[in-house]
Design a protein around this ligand. Structure first.
Ligand SMILES: [Zn+2]
Length: 550
């Protein structure tokens, strides 16, 4: 999802963060606690109404068990007497129609099975209730009733029985019965729409690619839909509130070019369509697989690079996060760091190097600010249990910077080759940071242990204090460099200096000097005294630098 760079979105995000900060999650939220159970497919059926916020659900779950356990469970928020929210299960049956004993406790539904293990099992769970969150039933900014799934991180369980963890990916279908005035969108391929009695309509969508529960959604609202076109056989659509459609269609149109860019550079798109949908998501944008939801406040109506950056971020997630999915929440940067950097790469492609550098510098400042608040924070973070707290500049901006540095460590060709190999290997599967490292090492033939260790598992960044003086006798420029950060850990980094003559032109550029110690002196042969020296002219290292007085 998006924490984008422009002030408008940033301001909005601050509001959203304040609103969701209290969302403490159960301590079991970060761990996958049911190994051996693997969901293959969810067939969700939901009935929505205009007269009540209560929904009726029926979900058929097909799964396998690796052992002979008799009890399996699915996450589903139990009824809350205090707020009248939560889901009450009415019955559980097997596909042969026999009922299965079940109980609801700790926001899970436990089901007793008698069938043999190692066989796919299907259960049908019938339930109803009012979702407290996860499915936002409210009025949109035009005062019209809308229904939007907003599952991140693990709120699907508020209205869908699921194994609610990114490591258990599955295919899914949605059958939605809703008042006929609404159009209904969901993941995957459109299957059918048919009228029901009493002014209702049934809409069916089917996603044939396994996806994590965080990006399985429906949306139901009055929509105007534009078919933007097709990219490599993938239809691109814009779904806007009718009152916003004129402006919104303009905003969402760049999606086609962005999709093309990512297909060309990363690999095949994994889903049946790409719909960009205006919604009431609490985020700036939410990357739901094949039907991205954007916050209804983000409507501009003219070509705007910030909106393009947002689109590119969410579209990049279709590859990273949705298809190549982090195996655990601690690895969130494999989703958000990638979306952050691939959005910047698209902007570089569309607008040039200066735009990339502007984004990188902005991101750098966010990292500096955040690190001063949380000096011990690392990108790979298995200590944070409130998942909302993982939406921080380490996962996003610093993760993005790690990819930028990796690109310069390996060179453009090898970097892109590695990205393609990583996507190909983990497409529609799950990955850890160590998997990315292994792919990048295999493609480049380089050992990257130090790089991954210091940037992903170590806090902070190098705080470089440096100075240079010309030694006329030796005809050399002497550069002293010190890492002044107080985190207690030092970084091995490549350093480049750009040396300028009195006419302002660059007279020399050092090859990458490798800094391996806290304090180091480099000597660069140089015929005449330079007028000025600049550190890291290409903006390739995440560091703060300041020059000693000399
Ligand atoms: Zn994101």
């Amino acid at each position: 999802m998006d924490k984008q760079t422009n002030q408008f979105l940033l301001g909005m995000l601050a509001l959203l963060t304040a609103a969701t900060a209290q969302a403490q999650l159960p301590s079991n939220a970060t761990r996958y606690t049911q190994p051996g159970v693997d969901v293959q497919n969810y067939a969700f059926s939901l009935t929505l109404s205009d007269s009540t916020n209560q929904i009726q659900g029926e979900t058929t779950i097909r799964f396998t068990r690796a052992d002979d356990r008799q009890t399996v469970w699915f996450d589903l928020i139990s009824p809350r007497d205090s707020s009248q929210t939560g889901m009450r299960v009415r019955s559980v049956s097997l596909t042969d129609g026999k009922t299965a004993p079940f109980s609801q406790r700790n926001d899970r539904v436990f089901i007793n099975l008698s069938a043999a293990p190692n066989q796919p099992t299907e259960v049908v769970i019938r339930y109803s209730g009012t979702p407290a969150k996860g499915l936002i039933i409210s009025k949109n900014k035009f005062g019209e009733r809308t229904f939007f799934g907003d599952n991140w991180p693990n709120n699907a369980r508020n209205y869908l029985p699921v194994v609610d963890h990114p490591s258990d990916k599955a295919t899914c279908s949605f059958t939605v019965n809703a008042p006929a005035i609404y159009r209904v969108i969901a993941n995957g391929k459109f299957v059918s729409e048919s009228n029901l009695p009493n002014g209702k309509k049934q809409t069916r969508w089917q996603e044939n690619t396994p996806i994590p529960t965080k990006v399985m959604v429906i949306g139901a609202a009055k929509f105007a839909v534009e078919e933007v076109g097709s990219v490599g056989g993938v239809p691109v659509q814009s779904w806007l509130y009718p009152n916003d459609s004129q402006k919104g269609f303009i905003d969402y149109r760049p999606a086609k070019e962005i999709l093309q860019y990512f297909i060309d550079n990363i690999g095949p798109y994994s889903y049946e369509k790409l719909a960009n949908v205006e919604s009431t998501t609490i985020f700036g944008g939410m990357e739901n697989a094949s039907c991205i939801f954007y916050n209804e406040k983000v409507i501009v109506g003219k070509k705007d690079s910030d909106v393009e950056a947002l689109l590119a971020h969410e579209i990049a997630h279709q590859w990273f996060g949705n298809s190549a999915t982090e195996a655990d929440w601690s690895q969130l940067w494999l989703s958000e760091g990638f979306a952050t950097y691939f959005s910047a790469l698209y902007l570089e492609h569309a607008y040039g190097k200066d735009t990339l550098n502007a984004v990188l510098n902005q991101n750098k400042n966010q990292i500096f600010r955040y690190t001063s608040l949380k000096p011990k924070g690392t990108i790979v973070d298995s200590t944070t249990t409130n998942l909302m707290d993982l939406l921080n500049p380490n996962s996003y901006q610093k993760g993005g910077w790690v990819l930028h540095m990796l690109r310069h460590e390996l060179g453009d060709d090898i970097f892109w080759k590695g990205i393609r190999a990583y996507y190909e290997k983990f497409r529609n599967a799950n990955a850890q940071t160590s998997d990315l490292q292994a792919v990048m090492e295999s493609v480049s033939g380089k050992k990257l242990g130090q790089f991954f260790q210091q940037w992903l598992h170590q806090p902070g960044y190098p705080d470089i204090v440096w100075g240079s003086r010309y030694d006329a006798a030796k005809k050399a420029l002497v550069i002293d460099v010190r890492q002044a950060q107080r985190t207690g850990s030092f970084f091995v980094i490549p350093l480049t200096f750009s040396i300028h003559g009195s006419n302002g032109r660059e007279v020399s550029r050092t090859a990458r000097l490798t800094m391996t110690e806290q304090t180091q002196t480099f000597t660069v042969p140089l015929a005449t005294k330079p007028a000025s020296v600049m550190i890291d002219p290409d903006n390739t290292v995440l560091m703060r630098s300041s020059q000693m007085a000399n």
